[in-house]
Design a protein around this ligand. Sequence first.
Ligand SMILES: *[C@@H]1O[C@H](CO)[C@@H](O)[C@H](O)[C@H]1NC(C)=O
Ligand SMILES: *[C@@H]1O[C@H](CO)[C@@H](O)[C@H](O)[C@H]1NC(C)=O
Ligand SMILES: *[C@@H]1O[C@H](CO)[C@@H](O)[C@H](O)[C@H]1NC(C)=O
Ligand SMILES: *[C@@H]1O[C@H](CO)[C@@H](O)[C@H](O)[C@H]1NC(C)=O
Length: 476
Amino acid sequence: MAHSIFISSLLVWGVAAADLTFTVPSSPPSNSSGQLSAAPVGVSLEFFTFPAYMNNVAATTTCLQNLKDLTGTWPPLRIGGTTQDRATYDPSLTLAVNYTVASSADAPTTLTYGPSFISLAASYGGEIILGLNRRLNNIVNSISAAKLAQSEASNLYAMELGNEPNFYSSSDPIAGGASWTAAADYASQVTWQDEVCGNLSATDLISAGVYFGTSPMSISGLTAVEGTANNYVKTYCSHNYPQSASTANLATLMGHSSIASQISGYSSEITAAANEGKPHIFGETNSATQGGGGISPTFGAALWILDYVMQTILMGTKALYFHQGTIGNCQYCWWGRYDMGAPYYGAYFATMALANADQIAPLDSQTTAYAAYAIYKSGAPVRVLLYNSDYYTSGTRSSQTFVLSGLSASSVTAKRLTAPYATSRVDQGGNPTVAGQTFVNGTCAIQGTQSVETATVSSGKATFTVAASEALLVYL
Ligand SMILES: *[C@@H]1O[C@H](CO)[C@@H](O)[C@H](O)[C@H]1NC(C)=O
Ligand SMILES: *[C@@H]1O[C@H](CO)[C@@H](O)[C@H](O)[C@H]1NC(C)=O
Ligand SMILES: *[C@@H]1O[C@H](CO)[C@@H](O)[C@H](O)[C@H]1NC(C)=O
Ligand SMILES: *[C@@H]1O[C@H](CO)[C@@H](O)[C@H](O)[C@H]1NC(C)=O
C-alpha cells in the first residue's frame, strides 16, 4: 500500500512538473521588443580608474573585443561614476589623471584629469559617454573639458552633467547652500544643458537624469520640466543596483520573476523618455552596492545579467552599461588583473543571444522561474534563449524540460551556459563554461574546445533539458 502510494505520488509529481511547451511564433509577436541596438550590453568604467583599466589591465581590451567579435560592434563605454563629480579638468596636466589615495583599494576624494584622458577615450573603437562634473558647480571647467571631447572624440555618443544627483546634498557646491530637492536638480540640469550645449553649439548631446533609482528624482519628473532643452538631450539615463550588501540574496537576484518585479519601476521612466522622443539607457548598473555582499562575484550574478538584459530590453531600454569599479576592490567586476569574474560569462552569453538580431519576444509570462525568449532577425526567428532560474547550490540538481514547437529545420543546435553551482566563483575554482569554453585569467582570451549540442526536430518539435541555474541558447 505504502509502496503504491509512493509510486502514484511520484507519477502525479511527474505530471505536475510537466514539460514546458512553447510555440515559437514564425514572426515577431505583439509583445516583441522594438528594434535592438547593435550592442546593447556595454561597460561603465569608474572615472578615476578609466586610464588604469585601459593601460594597466591586460584583460580589458580582450574582454571588450570578445563582445565585439560576436556583434561586429565594440560594446558602448561609459566613463563616469562617483569620482566624475570629484574631478576637475586641468588643461596643463600631462598625466591622464592625477590623484593620491591612502590605499590602492580606495577611490580618491579629489582628482584632476588632463587632455590625454580625453584622447584615451577618443581612441576607443566604440561609442563613449563621458561623465562631467556638476556637483562642484564649476561649469566653466566642465565646458572646457566638453569642448575638447566634442572636437577630439568622434566616438562621443553623449556626455553626463553630474552623477546620481539624487545623492547630492545642501553642502555640495551646486546646491548653493539651499536644500537639494528634485525641483532644484531639474532646474539645474536644464540650465546646465542650455549653457553647455549653447557653448558647444550642439544638440542631442546630453545623457540626462543619471538618477540612482526612481525616487525622489525621476526621469518622469525631469522630462516634465525639460521644455525646449529636451533638444539638447541625447538619452535619458537610470542607474540600477537590485541589491546591497545588507539585502544580498542571490536566489532573488537571479530569479526570473523577481527580476521582473525589481525592474518594474523603470517602465514609467522608459515611457517618459520615449514620450520626449529619446532612448532610455541604464548608464550604470550592476548586481549589488556596498561591496556586493558576497553574491556579486558568483555565477548566479552572471545568470542575473543574462535575464536582466533580456527583460530590460523588452521594457524598451536601449543599452546597459555594467559598472566596473576600483581595480582590485570590485566584487561585481567582470575581469581584473589576475582572475576573471563569473559575471562576464553572463554578459558574453547575453551578447551571443542578441548579436545581430532585430527583436526579442518573451514566450513565457515572467511569473515563474523558467524563461523562454524568441530572437528575431529580419522578421524570422533565429534563436531561442531558455533559462532555468531555480537556485542550485548543492545536492541533486533538478532540471526543467522545455519543448519548442513550430520549428522548421530538421535539427537544431544549442550552446549551454553552466557552472558547478549558482554560487560558483572563478577565484575559488568554480569556472563557468559557455559552450564548454572558459576565459583565461588575466588575459580574457577564450580557451578550450567549443561544444555544440544537437537536437532532432520531429513534427516541428524539439526537446531541451536545462538544469537548475543554467541557460541554453538554441540556434534555429
Ligand atoms: C598630482 O596631485 C598631487 C596631489 O595629490 C600634487 O601634489 C602633484 O603636484 C600633482 N601632480 C601633477 C603633475 O600635477
Ligand atoms: C556659455 O557658458 C556660460 C557659463 O559658463 C554661460 O553664462 C553662457 O550663457 C553660455 N553661452 C551660451 C551661448 O549658452
Ligand atoms: C507574450 O505573448 C505571448 C503570446 O504570444 C504570451 O504567451 C506571453 O505570456 C507574453 N509574455 C509577456 C511577458 O507579455
Ligand atoms: C582562475 O584562477 C583561479 C584561482 O585564482 C582558479 O581557481 C581558476 O580555475 C582559474 N580559471 C581558469 C579558467 O583557469
